[in-house]
Write a new protein. Sequence first.
Length: 235
Amino acid sequence: MTRVLVVDDEPQMLRALRINLKARHYLVATAADGSSALRQAVRTPPEAVILDLGLPDLDGVDVIQALRVWSKVPIIVLSGRSGAAEKVAALDAGADDYVTKPFSMNELLARLRAVLRRPSPEEPPLAVELGGYTVDVVNCTVRRRADGPWQPGQERPEEPRLTPTEWRVLALLLAHPGRLVTGRQILDDVWGPGHESKTNYLRVYLAGLRRKLEPDPAHPRHLLTEPGMGYRYQP
């Protein structure tokens, strides 16, 4: 059975969605706020998420961005926000579809079936060793390894801090170990449609990641550039 996580702060809406999804043989988990939703998604990853944007603790766009750090789970936004700007922001953050309240239950279920039919993308590994660090993409932490390849006298922070955008770029590369990821794909996945020509973004963010994670940023061993094509994570 397909597991669906439904996130909405309206009890009546959660109840209606749970009843309709269970009647169609989905396994349903619910959350009334963004923090609970993220904890549930980490503990028991869903196969699809139906997400309201107006949550009491986190904005739904922030929840989408947090999920996209480590997961490609299909996300359908179900929101009373009908403005074009809100839709664009949610889709650019990584949502797969957007349904406006009030809505037809049959339409929502059809859209859910549609996103579930799409081929499942590769998920980044939960934790990898990169240079002298252990990178945990679920908890968004980077910890220094005692046995890392440090040069004599080299000082490194115990836990380098990555920005949300750096995490999204890194997670995408880690999801394709040893394989080329084109610059266009990174720009489209991380920044959204319309940014395909912003190759300067990639140079800046890859330089920052190397500076924080590579033992010798000038001669990277793991975060490699393929000139004119894209980038590669080499384990």
